[in-house]
Design a protein around this ligand. Structure first.
Ligand code: 5GP
Length: 207
């Protein structure tokens, strides 16, 4: 058996309110997957614990991490806060023989695709502008100006859909959850990712 496992890198992007975090959680229910915990300079929201979904750091610490080359990708999102994917999760995924799920924005996705062309990029699309607006309002987090900005950003992000391998329209969360899991399961079985293992199995036949 080949003893090094090359993890699948599953990128999930989508506008705020598209339900992407819920779908990432559904993806993480698949055995053999793990979350890449991003570092961010954004302050934690109520109920967010450090190290669970994000590692909350100061601007200074983030800068140091950039200087030390600790990030696979990093970006300033919405011109406000910095977010980055620490490279260490890749090592961790290899060690644990797990596939790695990255919930990152379109800029981050572009950087990862350049560095790791074998990665799989999934874009979560809301069913309509009206539905997205309804979901953003239902969260009750934002004032009118912020809602307007989020919708405009959603439009700009959605224009990048062509850069992604898969599009999942989140009309029904259960079906969308099945879709993201199916993408991961299908990718695990791709011939190009399994050649080495099958060669080893063939060897055991004395071929
Ligand atoms: P939020 O602050 O609402 O949790 O996330 C804001 C945006 O930052 C989302 O689009 C999310 O996907 C993105 N994001 C989260 N972590 C990362 C990361 O490590 N890198 C990049 N480029 N974007 C991230």
């Amino acid at each position: 058996m080949a003893d090094s496992y090359e993890p699948l890198i599953l990128i999930v992007s989508g506008p705020s309110g598209s339900g992407k975090s819920t779908l990432v959680k559904k993806l993480l229910e698949l055995p053999g997957t793990m979350l890449s915990i991003s570092a961010t300079t954004r302050p934690p929201r109520a109920g967010e614990k450090d190290g669970e979904w994000y590692h909350f750091v100061s601007d200074e610490e983030f800068r140091r991490m950039v200087e030390r080359g600790e990030f696979l990708e990093h970006a300033r999102v919405f011109g406000k806060h910095s977010y980055g994917t620490p490279k260490k999760w890749l090592e961790e995924a290899r060690a644990r023989k797990c596939d790695l799920v990255l919930e990152i924005d379109v800029q981050g996705a572009e950087q990862v695709r350049k560095k790791l062309p074998e990665s799989i990029a999934i874009f979560i699309v809301p069913p309509s502008r009206q539905e997205l607006e309804k979901r953003i309002r239902a969260r009750g987090q934002d004032d009118e100006d912020e809602i307007g900005r989020r919708l405009e950003r959603a439009r700009l992000e959605m224009e990048r859909y062509v850069d992604y391998d898969y599009l999942v329209i989140n009309e029904d969360v259960n079906r969308a959850g099945e879709a993201v899991r199916a993408i991961a399961l299908g990718a695990r079985s791709e011939t190009k990712r399994n050649g080495e293992r099958v060669r080893q199995i063939l060897k055991s036949f004395g071929g």
